[in-house]
Design a protein around this ligand. Sequence first.
Ligand SMILES: Cc1cc2nc3c(=O)[nH]c(=O)nc-3n(C[C@H](O)[C@H](O)[C@H](O)COP(=O)(O)OP(=O)(O)OC[C@H]3O[C@@H](n4cnc5c(N)ncnc54)[C@H](O)[C@@H]3O)c2cc1C
Length: 383
Amino acid sequence: MNTYDYIIIGAGAAGLQLAEALGKDPFFKQKSILLLDKDAKQTNDRTWCFWEKGQGDFDEILFKEWKSIFFAGKKLNEEYHIAPYTYKMIKGVDFYARYLKKISGYKNLNFLQEEVISVEEKEHFQVVKTTNNTYSASKVFNSIYDFKEPLKQQKYPVLQQHFIGWFVKTDKSVFNENTATFMDFSIPQKGNTRFMYVLPFSSTEGLVEYTLFSKSLLEKREYEEAIKTYLSDNLGVENYQITETEKGSIPMTSYNFAQKNTDNMLYIGTAGGWSKASTGYTFMNTTKKVKKLVLHLKANEPLNKFYKKDKFWFYDLLLLDVISKNNAKGGSIFESLFKKRKPQLIFKFLDEETSYFEDFKFISTPSPLPFIKALLGRIWNGF
Ligand SMILES: Cc1cc2nc3c(=O)[nH]c(=O)nc-3n(C[C@H](O)[C@H](O)[C@H](O)COP(=O)(O)OP(=O)(O)OC[C@H]3O[C@@H](n4cnc5c(N)ncnc54)[C@H](O)[C@@H]3O)c2cc1C
């Protein structure tokens, strides 16, 4: 009864997308699949945004989309039309409801709310213990992220994209609901890479998020003070209601999360290094990785052969070397990119879809000296 072909640990962005992809594919019809999460996934614990060309898999649960974005730096205040891309937002709670409903229709898939306390590798199977039960499976996909893991090493810097966001309702029109503020670096940098991220839902409703790319988290009140100041000084609003809040901390590192994978155990999602190291964007990357993983499973390849380093890993590594050494540099790097390059090229690069010629156009844009130093440092100390 407690033996499965596959166990997926965590019904978040990665676990649910993987469960749904396996459940709907007739190839896996004979495979018994167990999905475990300690949480019932009934609350709105986050919002996800991503850019996409045309229609996509999540359109049925879109909360809002924008056809233009705004970027501000020290000397730049610009709105960009991003066609053929659209910047899209979905709410966590809508995603969980939709995907849990989809997977409840697959007979070979079982979702249980149980907390996993250990995963043990035996010779030909994996043992997953929860607070209530013990299960075994041929393959395990694990999305439990241990933030201490990358900090055990020194070779690759570990930054975090950390933020607190307030969903606010204002007493007057302050937002331009057609344009999402992708990054506003006009705020004090205080020696770090700090920006405001604003998602407007109507002229009086929006999410205002204070975000940093840096090593350490701040005290809660520091994020909140910054949001209050931005609302009053930049948006000119004093009277508002906070209807919801969100917070997060996403790892930004080129550390090789895949080194813990084995033939039959694969870390997925953030735990598997699926968060883009230079930006923290994870959601769409997860969608792409899940599609590749399904092909990998069909080819019956060992799970530890799934991960491959590529040129984008290397570009992210250099950027992180630069901004971890001089944490205030991020704002000027992004500003020069938005000043000189089209957002479409920026999105394409961040989607890891650019050619070598486009890479060159992109990476030669910011001032090259810090990157040359970082490259020499890597040649000296190893990649
Ligand atoms: C507030 C917030 C906003 C974000 N916004 C964006 C965005 O706009 N765009 C973007 O691309 N990325 C965004 N991210 C980053 C990333 O997309 C998310 O963190 C994403 O949810 C990562 O997916 P995951 O499956 O790896 O982890 P999760 O979605 O966190 O899923 C992990 C699951 O494992 C479960 N779990 C943990 N421990 C156990 C255990 N011991 N036993 C059983 N279950 C367990 C958890 O309950 C959870 O459901 C955001 C992150 C946060 C926190």
